[in-house]
Ligand binder design. Structure first.
Ligand SMILES: C[S@@+](CC[C@H](N)C(=O)[O-])C[C@H]1O[C@@H](n2cnc3c(N)ncnc32)[C@H](O)[C@@H]1O
Length: 205
């Protein structure tokens, strides 16, 4: 199966799901909004931003910082655009290529989207390039016990919604470590959701 099939399937699926709440998680939003520290100068990218609902909440937290959202579904981005979020730019694109300049982003959040990325190494290379030196990445995604995660992964090649791979803490840390990141914090915030935060390792700058 071609790697790009996942992106194509994700796009088709989320174009159709754009007017539903599929994959949205208030729990994730609340946890992250409660725990992040941002100021007027914190530039934030929401990777796989969907209809922009989390960016809208971020705007409520701070009205001055620059926000970006990137998503593969144009229908999702139509909804995001219609929210008229101030100082927020949306881009249609694939997570494997991040069209932002080097070191320009301080915080990347990726909510319920990372498990769709079929070239996660490429995504992390892009993230590393666009993050500022003290930048952070927050992944919020589906949590299951590692053995169940492995079983689910056997079935994901048949997923119609373009899912690619589920991660345990161990497998996600391994992937990030290989690409030059270190884990800062890992929290299981509900029986089905985890939040994991990473920074670039100093030695690999
Ligand atoms: C479950 S939705 C979550 C949306 C949003 N993060 C939220 O929490 O409301 C997953 C999103 O990831 C996007 N997505 C999937 N694969 C992608 C890729 N390869 N590049 C960019 N976005 C992608 C989908 O289009 C969809 O909007």
């Amino acid at each position: 199966m071609g790697k790009n099939n996942h992106s194509e399937r994700s796009k088709i699926f989320f174009d159709k799901a754009a007017n539903t709440n599929y994959g949205n998680s208030e729990k994730l939003d609340k946890y992250i909004l409660k725990n992040i520290v941002i100021d007027d100068k914190t530039t934030i990218l929401d990777l796989g931003c969907g209809d922009g609902r989390f960016l809208q909440k971020l705007r409520g937290l701070n009205s001055n910082n620059i926000l970006y959202g990137l998503d593969i579904s144009d229908k999702m981005l139509e909804l995001a655009d219609s929210k008229n979020i101030k100082k927020c730019g949306f881009t249609l694109g694939d997570s494997s290529y991040l069209p932002y300049s080097e070191g320009s982003i301080d915080l990347i959040v990726c909510l319920n989207s990372f498990h769709h990325y079929s070239t996660p190494e490429l995504t992390l290379k892009g993230i590393k390039r666009v993050l500022s030196s003290e930048g952070r990445v927050i992944i919020g995604d589906i949590f299951t016990l590692p053995i169940i995660t492995e079983i689910i992964n056997l079935y994901l090649p048949y997923s119609k919604s373009g899912d690619y791979k589920m991660y345990s803490k161990r497998s996600l840390d391994k992937l990030f470590n290989t690409e030059g990141f270190k884990n800062q914090k890992f929290s299981i915030i509900s029986p089905w959701l985890f939040v994991s935060e990473y920074k670039i390792k100093k030695s690999s700058n």
